[in-house]
Design a protein around this ligand. Structure first.
Ligand code: ARG
Length: 457
């Protein structure tokens, strides 16, 4: 027997056409999902009396044998049979004879492939959620150990106000929390069953879709057969969520790269997460965060690719849709590898608390606190802001920091200054004074750690 759809054809398929229209090269990754779907379909066909229960069992036994053979690497897929669906069906017929040909009763590859992808993404999203939790745990651990580690906080990459390092790390914890919430929400839509939609219009056989949904643990059955076979929103949604997630990873990576530079020296990545240079013996390069930063490009590309494939596509199934797979596989693989490296990289990095501390004593990031000081004493904030601006210019001219100015110098700018200004200006005070809800004050950060812990449970 040649092609499963060969009946209507009088000529062989052109060789390049056969090669290029086939998807088996990549959709063999769906073999397990394809067989799971078929096992449930056969069961339902038997229970509904569309085939005999004995035939259903024969088909199921055959499918399980094929599944085992695939796992053991004993199966060679062929381009002649185009995709995973027809390859498995062909193998089944070889395995159990003509009765294998009854499996495709009441279904089409169109509802079959959609079902495979729902099953596939459902599992992958679970796995990605677990990896995201590992990244959050790594951030949480480092945050817990660094509540009182102070470093400059930046806006415009200019030193702004000192913050607790834990506070900075927890900012990423919450980004990843939102990524998890988005993915969890998408599960509602991933977990629907297209099977039973047939090619596009349903089927003449008395099938039971609810039963298949039950067997495959789907929460709902697509209510419209045309939508069922042509919907790829669940993949688009996954790819969008992935792009937002990679954006977060790239931002964190960028900070790790900057922090690890000679100019900053706030952290050092572990040797096991760094690489060397073929020419410069002294180099220890942050290749891992650099690659993570760059991988955002391909993940965004996969999203734009599928959006473009689907744009303007008429109902119902079109071969264009076969192009939904490689980008999806690539994004899954990229997220898996990226998150798997990110968690241990954060866990093993060295936090150079002394360098961070030194940085906050050699800048003017406590200037806001002097303005707040005068404002607390009744001076309008705008006026205080102006005076402190002048103090900063004066200090820079003198080659001093704000803590180095003496009392005479301060009172020269305003009679409101008293000795307590020196306490106000200490980095610890500057940080702990920001005790508004969600601020970097140490007590607020402790509170935030509690919230993070609760989110992890
Ligand atoms: N390999 C196809 C795909 O990935 C399966 C569905 C093919 N259906 C069809 N009518 N050609 O989309």
């Amino acid at each position: 027997m040649s092609k499963l759809w060969g009946g209507r054809f009088t000529k062989e398929t052109n060789t390049i056409v056969e090669q290029e229209t086939a998807s088996i090269g990549f959709d063999q990754q769906l073999a397990n999902e394809d067989i799971r779907g078929s096992l449930a379909h056969a069961q339902m066909l038997g229970e509904c009396g569309i085939i005999t229960m004995e035939e259903a069992e024969q088909i199921q036994t055959g499918l399980k044998t094929i599944q085992d053979k695939i796992v053991q690497g004993q199966v060679e897929f062929s381009v002649e049979h185009e995709d995973i669906h027809m390859n498995v069906e062909k193998l089944l017929i070889e395995e159990i004879g003509a009765v294998g040909g009854k499996l495709h009763t009441g279904r089409s590859r169109n509802d079959q492939v959609a079902t495979d992808m729902h099953l596939y993404l459902r599992d992958k999203i679970q796995a990605i959620l677990a990896l995201l939790t590992q990244v959050q745990e790594a951030l949480y651990e480092q945050a817990q150990a660094n509540v009182e580690t102070i470093l400059p906080g930046y806006t415009h990459l200019q030193r702004a106000q000192p913050v607790s390092f834990a506070h900075h790390l927890l900012a990423y914890f919450w980004m990843f929390q939102r990524d998890k919430e988005r993915l969890k929400d998408s599960q509602k839509r991933v977990n629907g069953l297209p099977l039973g939609a047939g090619a596009l219009a349903g089927t003449t056989f008395p099938i039971n879709r609810e039963r298949v949904a039950e067997l495959l643990d789907f929460d709902f059955v697509y209510p419209n057969s045309m939508d069922a076979v042509s919907d790829r929103d669940f993949i688009l949604e996954f790819l969008s969520d992935a792009s937002i997630l990679m954006t977060h990873i790239s931002r964190l990576s960028e900070e790790l790269i900057i922090w690890g530079s000679q100019e900053f020296q706030f952290i050092e990545l572990d040797d096991s997460f760094s690489t060397g240079s073929s020419i410069m013996p002294q180099k220890k390069n942050p290749d891992v965060p650099e690659l993570l930063r760059a991988k955002t490009g391909r993940v965004n590309g996969n999203l734009v690719g599928l959006l473009t494939v689907l744009k303007g596509l008429p109902l119902a199934y079109n071969k264009d849709m076969q192009e939904d797979k490689e980008g999806m596989f690539d994004t899954v693989r990229t997220l898996d590898a990226s998150l798997s490296m990110l968690a241990p990289m954060i866990e093993t990095m060295t936090v150079k608390t002394a360098h961070m501390r030194q940085a906050v004593t050699q800048d003017y990031s406590n200037a806001t606190d002097i303005a707040d000081y005068l404002a607390t004493k009744g001076m309008p904030f705008r006026e205080a802001h102006d005076i402190i601006g002048k103090i900063v210019i004066y200090a820079i001219e003198q080659g001093k920091y704000l803590l180095d100015l003496n009392m005479d110098e301060y009172t020269g700018f305003s009679a409101l200054f008293e000795e307590d200004i020196y306490d106000i200006l200490r980095p610890e005070h500057v940080v702990s004074a920001r005790h508004s809800q969600g601020g970097t004050g140490f007590e607020q950060v402790e509170e935030q750690l509690q919230q993070a812990k609760a989110a992890l449970q």
